[in-house]
Ligand binder design. Structure first.
Ligand code: ADP
Length: 249
């Protein structure tokens, strides 16, 4: 199993229980969407999975290796098993698409070549290949600030893939895009997931898009996992149990 989440509990300092006893596993090549109302714990789950925060109880295993217990250098090695894309892209606006993608190499480079931006030929070729894969081969030298939202998310996807992650974590990746562009971006992610056997774990408040592009849905409500099943198994009753009375479109 690629990823195992075992009895995870996370409380914040003010004693808010963001997640309580959450357990599920993800196989390589799956596209899983985590759904649920605002405040259900979706973002907290992703932050635990990329190591931004630690859990209070439970275990997270990537390829049977404990992630939550890793410290120091080992933790940094483990963190490379994931890459995250965000709603607001988190790119450097004033520099080119190519440079933004190459920036993914910086944490692994020695201080001097990193500060001088001395990337290897292989790194450059891979960055160009990935920008071509996401449809931006004609924007390599364009500053990110001159791109549309959808194009920015394509750059972010290319940057994430340069890290060769085991799992691509996507935190509301199309929430700031118009519906048509959002569908294009999820179509691209789905295509990459299927052709390159990538594993994707996405947070989304857009139920229709989650249903359309995922293999499987995880339903969170008030920090507890209330559903884990295929899109077909997520019947209206299941959706009502996840969202309460406010069933989204
Ligand atoms: P979602 O992504 O589903 O909207 P979150 O994971 O952001 O939910 O939040 C789950 C709960 O944890 C909410 O009650 C939220 O207020 C709380 N929470 C999230 N982050 C923090 C934090 N840094 N400090 C305190 N409470 C937090």
């Amino acid at each position: 199993m690629l990823l195992q989440i075992q009895h995870i509990t996370k409380c914040f300092d003010d004693r808010t229980a963001a997640l309580t006893d959450v357990s599920f596993s993800v196989d390589q090549g799956e596209f899983v969407s985590v759904i649920g109302p605002s405040g259900a714990g979706k973002t907290t789950l992703l932050r635990l999975l990329n190591g931004a925060i630690g859990c209070d109880q439970g275990a997270i295993l990537y390829q049977d290796e404990h992630f939550e217990a890793a410290r120091g250098r080992r933790k940094r090695v483990m963190q490379k098993k994931t890459a995250t894309i965000y709603q607001d892209f988190c790119l450097v606006e004033n520099v080119s698409c190519l440079q933004n993608v190459l920036n993914a190499c910086l944490p692994d480079m020695a201080a001097l070549p990193a500060s001088l931006g001395r990337f290897s030929r292989t790194q450059r070729e891979e960055a160009v290949r990935l920008l071509t894969r996401v449809g931006l081969e004609d924007k390599l030298d364009t500053p990110v600030k001159n791109l549309s939202g959808g194009q920015k998310q394509r750059v972010a996807i290319a940057r994430a893939l340069l890290r060769r992650p085991l799992v691509l974590l996507a935190d509301e990746p199309v929430a700031s895009l118009d519906p048509a562009t959002g569908r294009q971006i999820l179509g691209l992610l789905r295509d990459i997931q299927q052709t390159e056997h990538l594993t994707v774990l996405m947070n989304s408040h857009n139920l229709a898009l989650s249903r359309e592009f995922s293999d499987r849905l995880i339903g969170l409500r008030e920090g507890r996992m209330v559903f884990d099943g295929s899109v077909q198994e997520a019947t209206p009753n299941v959706i009502a149990a996840i969202y309460g009375t406010a069933i989204p479109e």
